[in-house]
Design a protein around this ligand. Structure first.
Ligand code: ADP
Length: 637
């Protein structure tokens, strides 16, 4: 061992002590044992593999599911003068070779980040055998489980690298800890009598609340006024981040928005501005938050139903890292629940539809049975679906399933969109159109199709523009590049080419086999996960914190006493004193002028609403107040 782990923590990170369980996990890895570490987001998982990587001779392999995560961590380590590198598809072959050379011959790298896909390639495996490896860490280890919310089939292959180094330990870390997922991780990674460390997921200072409302915006305003301090508002789609942020700004709130459609630069700028308190409120899609560690977030509001309990717990959990009292609110409208169920269904088109999609692909690329293996084709969904009776959503979801089942591979370009932004204002553009009539039609088409091009980078589809302008996709791309050269607009083509690769030769669609693990089981799991979230939302009897903890396999006997459910239960028997206090507040209001319930609630804290409603019902029952024909309430004289 090179040096004591406390010295390493102090020297490279400047931290004086380990957080709960970090030291135990590290010591377990150092003693050569397979280890499973379950810690909620923000618990400090990275340190548990970074410190032993420095303490041990040789190099640690870190398996990570996302390029963004890897790059982020490597940069972070390099800033601390730690030699780390990541091998991913964003690098050139030359860059990859240089890194591998360092790993094998120079041996200066202490942590090498790779994707599970990379691990599967023969060439990498041959190199791996020549490296001196201290241990393997599997980050986001829940990705190995089809029971989890983020299943990645390549994770299943990780255990097979053990044959190269049968004696080195594996450390699996994750923030998901449902019992099924834990069993699955141990099983699929073939962990040998692992040491399991689990940090409690209980967050004493975070109060979870769910509110059913017809007026989400009104509720947000109330929450923001009531709970001062930094806030995050999560919404489902990108457009909404913009509209909500603008609405809040127009009301004088300091708000900014964030979504994955913004350029990397722009995202970083916005994130920094919010972290440095230049803005109070971040309105974002779930793309926001990974790796963000702002301690003083006081309020997290979900305006739409999140993906799963796991993601909800993570997103809400960004509040109160500093251990001070903080609040999470999930706002929903009853129709949201149905929409949510439908969305889950859409991810799993029927087998018939999937087969139809596959057949269409083979026909479009003119592949006969037995042809096409490993062939790569340009892929433009609008062009492909012209005159077909399958919706783009069904088609896209079908090919995602075919991809998971190993028939096809989609390029990054399909999953990331190109972006466009006008660099000149409307008048200048108009002048340009007059002076260059040859561009008039094309530009008109752009501005008609996309409304936000003047104000921000907007996702576009060359395919869609081609369809509208009756140009070829190539012509569209060249035209956009030409306008870019003239300084009219900025055009950021998508991350890669839009291609689809047939991994297997074309077969008769009737012969398509979708393993249960990819389709049937996944569908059942997705449905049952969704139902778990729905019952969390609709629940009116059990403490919110208790439900979440139980979901993560933790027995919890203490009610938080402060969530909406606990408050409602506590207030079943309001004391006479409290009753009188509230009545004394309501009485003058309703004597002066009739009001409806929401106008009355406006006058009180959101946390008191349940109490107030109880008192109002009592006042109606006992005939102290009456309801007017227009539904408003008036104090009876
Ligand atoms: P996780 O991956 O569990 O969400 P991270 O590894 O990103 O958490 O750590 C969260 C934050 O806590 C990071 O900013 C990290 O530097 C910090 N941190 C981790 N361990 C310690 C420690 N022992 N002392 C102080 N800060 C720590």
């Amino acid at each position: 061992m090179r040096s004591d782990i406390h010295d390493i923590l102090q020297k490279y990170w400047g931290y004086t002590r380990f957080r709960p369980l970090q030291e135990e996990i590290i010591r377990s890895v150092l003693s050569g044992k397979d280890t499973l570490a379950l810690m909620p987001t923000g618990g400090g998982k990275s340190i548990t593999f970074q410190v032993p990587a420095l303490a041990l001779e040789g190099m640690a392999i870190i398996i990570s599911p996302l390029i963004a995560l890897m790059v982020d961590q490597v940069e972070n380590l390099q800033q601390r003068n730690i030699e780390a590198a990541a091998i991913h598809s964003g690098l050139t072959q030359r860059e990859i070779e240089l890194i591998l050379h360092r790993c094998i011959y120079k041996k200066d790298i202490k942590l090498l980040y790779v994707s599970p896909e990379r691990l599967q390639t023969q060439s990498f495996r041959e190199k791996l055998a020549k490296m001196s490896i201290s241990f393997v860490a599997v980050d986001e280890a829940h990705c190995i489980s089809q029971w989890g919310y983020d299943f990645r089939p390549p994770y299943l292959q990780i255990a097979s690298i053990r044959q190269y180094f049968p004696d080195i330990p594996i450390l699996a870390v994750t923030a998901t800890a449902t019992p099924r997922v834990i069993d699955d991780i141990i099983d699929k990674l073939e962990l040998k009598s692992p040491q399991i460390f689990k940090q409690s997921f209980y967050r004493e200072n975070l109060i979870y609340n769910v509110i059913e409302t017809e007026d989400k915006i009104g509720k947000i305003l109330k929450l923001l006024k009531e709970f001062k301090g930094t806030s995050i508002i999560y919404v489902r789609n990108r457009k909404k981040t913009v509209t909500i942020a603008k609405h809040l700004q127009s009301l004088g709130f300091s708000a900014i928005y964030y979504h994955a459609g913004l350029s990397a630069d722009e995202r970083e700028k916005r994130q920094k501005a919010w972290i440095n308190n230049r803005y109070r409120i971040m309105v974002a899609t779930n793309a926001f938050g990974m790796g963000i560690d702002k301690p003083d977030v006081r309020l997290v509001i979900h305006l739409d139903i999140p993906d799963s309990i796991e993601s909800y717990f993570q997103e809400a959990g960004r509040a109160g890292r500093d251990l001070k009292l903080s609040y999470a609110f999930l706002l929903y409208h009853p129709t949201d629940i149905e929409d949510f169920r439908n969305n889950i269904k859409k991810n799993f088109p029927t087998l018939e539809t999937i087969k139809q999609a596959y057949k269409l692909l083979c026909q479009y690329y003119q592949l006969n049975i037995g042809e096409g293996e490993n062939e790569i084709f340009q892929f433009y969904i609008n062009e492909l679906l012209k005159d077909q009776d399958i919706s783009a959503v069904d088609f896209y979801n079908s090919i995602l399933i075919l991809e998971k089942a190993g028939y096809l591979a989609l390029s990054e370009g399909i999953k990331t969109k190109s972006r466009l932004h006008f660099l000149i204002d409307k008048n200048t553009l108009y002048k340009f159109q007059l002076e260059h009539p040859e561009w008039n039609e094309f530009i008109k088409n752009l501005t008609r199709t996309y409304s936000n091009l003047f104000s921000e980078y907007t996702n576009i589809s060359e395919d869609n523009i081609a369809l509208k302008t009756k140009m070829s996709i190539n012509e569209v791309q060249n035209s956009l590049l030409a306008l870019k050269e003239q300084g009219i607009l900025d055009y950021l083509p998508s991350a890669g080419e839009n291609t689809i690769t047939f991994l297997k030769a074309c077969i008769d669609e009737a012969d398509i086999i979708l393993p249960n693990m990819i389709y049937e089981d996944r569908k059942k799991i997705a449905t049952s996960n969704a139902e778990a979230l729905i019952s969390y939302i609709l629940n009116q009897t059990k403490c919110r914190s208790q439900i979440l903890l139980e979901y993560f396999g933790e027995e919890s006997l203490i009610r938080c006493g402060r969530c909406d459910v606990c408050v409602a239960r506590n207030e079943v028997n309001l004391s006479k004193l409290e009753m009188d206090k509230i009545i004394n507040l309501i009485k003058p209001l309703l004597r002066d002028k009739p009001m409806n319930e929401s106008e009355i609630l406006e006058q009180f804290s959101i946390m008191d609403e349940i109490k107030i409603m109880k008192v109002i019902s009592w006042l109606i029952e006992t005939d102290k107040i009456i309801r007017l024909p227009d539904m408003r309430l008036r104090w009876k004289r």
